[in-house]
Design a protein around this ligand. Structure first.
Ligand code: AMP
Ligand code: MG
Length: 487
């Protein structure tokens, strides 16, 4: 089989990337090929699972028409600008056009050193690879824009982290790997020509409607802001914490990218932080909208030379574009919360949402279970919901008002429940289950929990009685307090 790679990024000027070859491990083995995604990409899953597929997925052999490259980018890491980061352990094999006509990047992550590796070994460890695989596929099943995982392989090599652990690679599929940090890379070099080329590339590939606008680059900025509003509001509505929202991990295409120390909330808490490297809580759950805004300000700064001929005019365009973020986010987030509560009316819905979230914080209520069980309360069965509260009377008082609001907008109870269940997942990748899955694979070469988790999480909005234990929050001793990047 030959994969019809078309490497549009590799046709950009040389300073956009470095040509590299992936470095395979000594004894590569397939952990899993994502058959459904392979199909979507027009690839043959059986071929990928075979000897030649393994060679491609483990970096052992570059397909004939691929032009492997590592992308150049910069980024603000925890607020500090680093002018040169780039793909230090990822190799973009190329792009394919999927069955829907969309251009998708196919990239090996953990494929060895590149000119951007700095002190790193270019490798990825099995735990983080499996975490990225499960998290990104769960995110896709939740209907949230994300990079995908086409395959995971082990390399047969040990990588040194705190201890020696098995090395692995994940094949990541993205709408594009251009980041806010890619614009920053050229802005820091005052390479305005490259900024133009990059913006034109992104417009053609991802924001074609911007090409017809009076100011295409302003329209591009507006488009990226709208995509981030959509993305981050969706994260909050399922309790996702990215954990490392540096500008190099902020996708121009608006996908969730770079699953490092990410986590889902169990108990609702706006201040929740899991990432072991986020000591200041910069990327806490409730901080994510303002951090996305901060990242977009960095994008607008980098794009200033594109936004107008005069600096004043360019700054005015940037400010206008950025001013849309706050109101657009509030609108998207509040509308999402109202849907989760089964409420149509704006004023009553917003007040009820604020009240219950505050009560959930004080009562350490499981975020996912609360909303999932609430659809049962539509028919009057409050028990399962109220038992989630340390002080159930906090729920009782709220529920009276909530019912009143439901009655004000009459709807068939079954239809309302179905609408609520369609936005309130029963299953999310819970931290303690991810941890148990990783431990089984790394310590006992047991990949059954990985397969089981993937299967359950592929239908997050369906009740799956046989999988009920995966809907449960952690017991006290199972609770995960910190997640690690593990790079
Ligand atoms: P991340 O925090 O994963 O977004 O990575 C930040 C930067 O560090 C990127 O430029 C990565 O390519 C680079 N990096 C992370 N891990 C490694 C590694 N093991 N070897 C080389 N570069 C790495
Ligand atoms: Mg990154």
């Amino acid at each position: 089989m030959s994969i019809p790679f078309d490497n549009s990024y590799a046709r950009l000027p040389e300073r956009f990337f470095a040509p590299v070859s992936p470095t395979p491990g000594p004894d590569a083995r397939i952990v899993r090929v994502n058959g459904a995604l392979a199909f979507e990409l027009g690839l043959d899953a059986e071929w990928l699972n075979g000897a030649e597929g393994l060679k491609m997925l483990s970096g052992g052999q570059v397909p004939d028409n691929a032009t492997p490259i590592a992308l150049a980018y910069a980024g603000h890491q925890f607020g500090n600008f680093v002018p040169k980061l780039g793909d230090g352990r990822a190799v973009l094999l190329g792009e394919v056009i999927d069955r829907h006509g969309r251009r998708r990047d196919i990239q090996l992550k953990g494929a060895g050193r590149t000119p951007f590796s700095r002190g790193g070994d270019g490798r990825a460890a099995l735990g983080p690879v499996l975490r990225e695989y499960v998290m990104s596929e769960a995110m896709a099943a939740l209907g949230i824009p994300t990079t995908r995982a086409l395959a995971a392989v082990t390399t047969g090599e040990l990588v040194m982290r705190d201890t020696a652990i098995p090395g692995a690679m994940v094949t990541r599929v993205a709408a594009s790997h251009v980041r806010v940090g890619t614009f920053q890379y050229f802005a820091a070099r005052e390479d305005v020509e490259a900024l133009h080329i990059l913006a034109d590339y992104v417009i053609a590939r991802r924001y074609p409607e911007a090409a017809n606008a009076a100011n295409p680059y302003r329209a591009l900025l507006d488009g990226v802001i709208a995509a981030q509003v959509e993305l981050v509001s969706r994260w909050l509505l399922v309790g996702f914490i990215h954990g490392v929202m540096n500008t190099d991990n902020c996708s121009i295409a608006g996908e969730t990218i770079d699953y490092g120390p990410c986590a889902f909330l169990d108990a609702y808490d706006p201040a929740a932080v899991f990432s072991s490297i986020d000591r200041m809580g910069r990327y806490a759950y409730g901080q994510q909208p303002s951090i996305a805004h901060w990242n977009l300000i960095r994008l607008a700064e980098a794009m200033l030379p594109l936004l107008g001929d005069q600096e004043d005019a360019a700054i005015e365009e940037a400010q206008q574009a950025l001013a849309a973020f706050g109101p657009a986010f509030e609108q998207a987030y509040r509308a999402g919360l109202r849907r989760k509560l089964g409420l149509g009316d704006e004023a009553a819905g917003d007040a009820l949402a604020a009240e219950i979230l505050s009560a959930m914080t004080t009562n350490a209520v499981d975020f996912t279970l609360f909303f999932r069980r609430l659809s049962g309360a539509v028919g009057g069965d409050d028990g399962p919901v109220r038992s989630l509260f340390i002080d159930p009377t906090a729920y009782d008082a709220w529920a009276i008002e909530w019912r009143r609001a439901l009655e004000a907008a009459p709807q068939d109870a079954a239809a309302r429940r179905a609408d609520m269940d369609a936005v309130n997942p029963a299953f999310i990748p819970r931290n303690h289950q991810i941890e148990a899955m990783i431990n089984a694979a790394v310590d006992h070469q047991d990949f059954a929990p990985f397969e089981t988790l993937l299967s359950v999480l592929s239908r997050p909005y369906d009740d799956q009685p046989e999988a009920a234990r995966f809907a449960e929050p952690p017991l006290d001793h199972e609770r995960v307090l910190a997640t690690f990047c593990g790079t």
